[in-house]
Design a binder for this molecule. Sequence first.
Ligand SMILES: Cc1cc2nc3c(=O)[nH]c(=O)nc-3n(C[C@H](O)[C@H](O)[C@H](O)COP(=O)(O)O)c2cc1C
Length: 378
Amino acid sequence: MKAKRRVVTASGASVPPARRTPTVRKPKSPFLPARQRGPGAVTPLTSPDPGGRPGTDGLPVDLRVDLGRGLVLPNPILVASGTFGYGTEYAEVVDVNRLGGICCKGTTLKPRIGNPTPRVTETPGGMLNSIGLQNPGVDAVLEKYADTWAGWPVPVIVNVAGESVGDYVEVVKRLDGMPGIAGIELNISCPNVGRGGLQFAIDADAAASVTAAVRRATDLPLLVKLSPNVSDVRPIARAIADAGADALCAINTLSGIAVGPARERPLLGNIYGGLSGPAIKPVALRIVYEVSQVVSIPVVAIGGVTELADVLDFLAVGAVAVQVGTAIFADPTLPVRLVDELAGECRQRGLTSYRPLIGTALPKRAGAPSSKGAEYRP
Ligand SMILES: Cc1cc2nc3c(=O)[nH]c(=O)nc-3n(C[C@H](O)[C@H](O)[C@H](O)COP(=O)(O)O)c2cc1C
């Protein structure tokens, strides 16, 4: 399918290209203090939020979140890539339009059949998966889902993977301007065949060059997903932000293995798998805490969210939104329930917005802002 080129708004609605707002200058995040948003900045997001429903006391809660470049989510609860399919699979059990956003399964240029089985195993407090980016390829994804997504108010963010910078750029070019695509999430935890299989995500230069190349290829909002499998994520996060990402997502899975029942070989067909679920939450919290202090773009947290307390913890260490992943396999209704619970929590605290919950556990900074963006605060 090659649909007529249209521009897609954050709500997934498409408008003719003539109405497209030129994105010459990157809009500054409303989560930055007013002094950083420039002269005459007003606090945006003041009207009642469609995601936060009025409670019995009638107090509306503003849950909207601006991820930059016009991508404004109705609320800060998204579903993580690889755990919610393309959204359509869950549309009969969950009101997907109540979600803050859907990150679809990783999408590559060509179809991929994925890794040999077994591909998943349970672990204490989580799971290991080695699905291997099984997907039908970008053209088939567009053909099958783009029109449905365009009819949904929920923003759909396409998770993109590749084996070379050229792969990523080509996938993104095919997504650019198609109906129903609200943004791109780059999965850079993939081997770069041009650099001996070294993952883009573990090298600041490689992460920056793929981000910059994709940035040049599209005006779509660009989120880049960090890997926890590095000794210090901060230089990588800064390099990605400097290369033009609109937001960062943290974290992808942790590399791990399990041993087979006869102890003759590792259990997974691919040997290595990605660890996810509650077991990784402390690692994700640490990384969000570190990253949100060194970049001035929004950070979306991922890793082990199973209840409202997890959402509140991630907001406290600087995330502006969270993605729910593995927990969806046990309860697909969890993300929508978290939207209501977050609004309820705000009401209970007498808040009309969830924004005061962001960054409360970050160190307080005195003095002039640093040039590294470490002053980032909601
Ligand atoms: C079965 C499975 C498939 C996944 N597939 C992808 C993927 O295609 N692209 C991606 O960026 N992350 C993928 N992930 C990682 C998740 O999006 C998320 O970053 C990770 O699971 C941590 O969140 P959680 O602990 O809430 O699951 C996958 C995770 C699981 C469990």
